[in-house]
Design a binder for this molecule. Structure first.
Ligand SMILES: Nc1nc2c(c(=O)[nH]1)N[C@H]1C(S)=C(S)[C@@H](COP(=O)(O)O)O[C@H]1N2
Ligand SMILES: [Mo]
Length: 393
């Protein structure tokens, strides 16, 4: 492909912030320290988790870079950056969360396969770019289409990176045409992150952002778009990122029995405290993030300081000084909500947080009940152990 190229080794990786916690070096997978996540509503680019399946692609010539659009549409098209920039630009604040977020905690129940992540494989950014609905309209697919004239029902995004799981082929994923052509779904072809040009780690020159859906569908380094009849059969759609019950193991797994995971479930985690803290008796600040999929807002965040016996509500906010109201037009529907509470810890205890979304969905109490062999979607109550030490002053 002219303009964009995929190296086959890791000798040309971009620079990264030294305080990221590296979970895998090659491919590069890293997350910020949890305390960094709650310093701002919008996550700085260098502190945003990086989740890759191969070496980072390189742009040689941005002028010749283009996206090929083909498949079940009237006529194939080539879209250059200037074509995409000419479309109306939208800034969408959306949280991206890897389905593997909190996998390390799940692996403590029983071994799971996959890169280990603490609680920071999530971030909130302002993505700038064209709406996919406008891009598809440009190539002849009307807004709010469920099917194209030639039977296309899904939109496949193909990258250029070389992934081991794809036997050296590119990362790919698809979403339904109805979502892709719905302007309100806010699916973007993004060229900016937090007001700057996308950087290489996050998909330069162009990536897909599918708000409210697990990060795996937001394909980076977009090379082509195919309109297809069935969901994409790539590895990451067909043989990964599916949710199985705890009874399924590597001997009895049948991937075809499950749909590719799309929306993420309601989630929250405490970022102001590590898994085990030692403190003097007195006040402790409990802060973190909560997010749900599908644009569902956060109705409540409950905090317990007695391991889940009794609860009280934390305060919620997105922007400073503005109380967050789920579903209000002043709220960012695709974005996380930060929460805060100050609690009194009299002695050794367990602090717990759980969120409720506007559909009334709640997080499961125990990780055991949602354990799955790939270690995805760990949304169990987030727990922190408190050890109270009496220091002599
Ligand atoms: N081309 C490509 N796109 C990709 C991936 C990838 O490895 N290659 N990883 C996916 C996964 S699993 C996640 S969680 C997000 C991570 O995006 P980020 O690195 O910008 O945080 O990108 C998705 N898009
Ligand atoms: Mo992911």
């Amino acid at each position: 492909m002219p303009g964009l190229r995929a190296p086959s080794d890791y000798s040309q990786e971009p620079p990264r912030h030294p305080s990221l916690i590296v979970n895998a070096k090659e491919p590069f997978n890293a997350e910020p320290p949890r305390s960094a996540l709650i310093l701002s509503y919008v996550t700085p680019v260098d502190m945003f988790y990086k989740r890759n399946h191969g070496p980072i692609p390189i742009v040689d010539d941005i002028e010749s870079y283009h996206v090929d659009v083909s498949g079940l549409i009237g006529s194939p098209a080539k879209l250059y950056m200037r074509d995409i920039r000419r479309l109306p630009k939208y800034n969408v604040t959306a949280t991206l969360q890897c389905a593997g977020n909190r996998r390390t905690a799940m692996s403590k129940v029983r071994t799971v396969r996959g890169v280990g992540w603490d609680i920071s494989a999530i971030g909130n950014a302002v993505w700038g770019g064209a709406k996919l609905a406008d891009v598809l309209e440009l190539v002849g697919v009307p807004k709010l289409s469920n099917v194209t004239q030639s039977g296309g029902k899904h939109v496949e995004f193909v990258s250029i990176d070389k992934c081991k799981e794809e036997k050296g082929g590119p990362y790919k994923a698809s979403i339904p045409l109805s979502q892709a052509t719905n302007p309100e779904a806010d699916v973007l072809l993004a060229y900016e992150m937090n007001g700057e040009s996308l950087n290489r780690d996050h998909g330069y020159p162009l990536r897909v952002v599918v708000p409210g859906v697990i990060g795996a569908r937001s394909v980076k380094w977009l090379d082509s778009i195919n309109i297809i009849a069935e969901p994409c059969q790539g590895f990451f759609m067909a043989k990964d990122y599916k949710m199985f019950p705890p009874t399924v193991n590597w001997d009895n797994i049948n991937w075809d029995t499950r749909r590719p995971q799309m929306d993420f479930p309601v989630q929250c985690a405490i970022c102001s405290l590590e898994d085990v803290i030692v403190t003097a008796p007195g006040k402790v600040r409990v802060c973190g993030y909560a997010a749900s999929g599908g644009g569902r807002g956060i109705e409540r965040i409950d905090i317990s300081i007695d391991g889940g016996k009794t609860w009280f509500e934390a305060s919620r906010y997105q922007k400073p000084e503005i109380p967050y109201v789920a579903d209000d037009i002043s709220s960012d529907k695709w974005a996380w909500v930060l929460f805060e509470a100050t609690v009194d810890v009299p002695g050794n205890t367990e602090i717990v947080a759980k969120a409720v979304d506007i559909a009334g969905n709640v997080q499961p109490e125990n990780v055991e009940t949602i354990w799955n062999l790939r270690g995805i979607l760990n949304t169990s109550w987030h727990r922190v152990q408190v050890r109270v030490g009496h220091s002599k002053m």
